[in-house]
Design a protein around this ligand. Structure first.
Ligand code: ADP
Ligand code: MG
Length: 313
């Protein structure tokens, strides 16, 4: 039996609650397929489109109705973890019941500790939320000096947040306890809610986003997983992606992956963080496997018939 962390791509979850529920129901047999093969699974997921929709909804509503408050990013991330977790719990439980399997499913609202001296905080790079005019943006920054607003590709001003690296998972013990009791755990949604330890030793949330691929690698490391599966929209990682000489990769070592990253084969913001997260996990200990594959072909990837496997040697 292996312990497998499965990271689901946010873009694979559709553009509305209805689409999301349908896609999860379609994916559930593949996930349960892994449990039927005798493995233990822990699920993490992205939330880019979902947290964007939530933020947009509150921004729009609070602009026209003073009974609706503005919600900051940590709260929006928590909401996205809750509603994506809800659909995953429903979809997975339905499939488990159909298969007569007694497992439990639970979502853990997850805070991830980051280092407040992470250099990423000096250069916020991730645009989030609505667009504003220059005038509005300046007024917002005057009112809240913590806010970074920047011109985004000629479309107006947007809040920019940092993307620090995950250091620890605040709810790690809760996750491990649930795993000990045959729970399928859903955790670290959207890369988790970033927090730093304040001077009293309490967690304080920070307006930042953690890449879900890095958060999933950290989760896999902390629960001592054997496999990290990063499931996305393509069957395999490719070199010369989108070009006539594109070639899909079946198995590469961490050193080979490093060289391919340096040669620029993987797009920053999409495939590059996946390959880097895979290298980090596979490189952390001999015997740890990272696999980047498509959601539909996850069971095939498990037996080595699909996906790209990354190992230390
Ligand atoms: P997710 O929502 O799963 O994180 P992303 O869109 O962020 O998905 O990243 C996956 C996408 O990366 C693929 O669907 C593909 O379009 C793109 N991509 C970029 N470079 C490569 C590559 N070298 N090989 C395969 N896919 C690539
Ligand atoms: Mg992504």
């Amino acid at each position: 039996m292996s312990r497998i962390v499965i990271a689901l791509g946010g873009n694979a979850l559709g553009n509305s609650p209805k689409e999301q529920q349908e896609r999860i129901e379609n994916a559930a047999p593949a996930l349960i397929g892994l449990i039927k093969q005798g493995h233990e699974i822990i699920i993490s997921h992205g939330n880019g489109p979902q947290v964007g929709m939530i933020r947009q909804a509150f921004d729009t509503a609070s602009a026209v109705n003073d009974k609706v408050p503005a919600f900051d990013l940590p709260e929006c991330t928590a909401m996205s973890q809750g509603y994506i977790g809800f659909h995953l719990q429903k979809g997975i439980k339905k499939e488990l019941r159909r298969e007569g399997m007694p497992w439990h499913v639970a979502t853990v609202v997850t805070q991830i500790v980051v280092d407040q001296n992470d250099p990423a905080f000096l250069n916020p790079t991730k645009p989030i939320g609505s667009f504003y005019s220059e005038e509005e943006a300046k007024k917002m920054m005057e009112e809240n000096p913590m806010l970074h607003m920047k011109e985004d590709a000629g479309r107006g001003y947007r809040q920019m947040v940092a993307s620090p690296k995950p250091v620890d998972i605040a709810e790690r013990d809760s996750i491990l306890n649930l795993l000990d009791h045959e729970f399928i755990v859903i955790a670290c949604g959207g890369g988790g809610i970033p927090v730093v330890l304040d001077e009293n030793g309490d967690y304080a949330s920070v307006p930042a986003v953690i890449d879900k691929d890095f958060a999933s690698a950290k989760l896999a490391e902390l629960v001592n997983a054997d496999y990290l599966f990063i499931l996305t929209a393509v069957d395999r990682v490719a070199v010369n992606y989108g070009k006539p000489d594109q070639k899909e990769l079946v198995h590469i070592t961490v050193d080979e992956a490093k060289r391919l990253c340096e040669e620029g084969h993987f797009a920053p913001g999409s495939m590059l963080p996946k390959v880097e997260a895979a290298m980090e996990f596979a490189g952390s200990k001999e015997g740890r496997n990272a696999v980047i594959a498509s959601l539909e072909k996850a069971p095939l990837a498990m037996i080595g018939e699909s996906g790209t496997r990354i190992t230390l040697s």
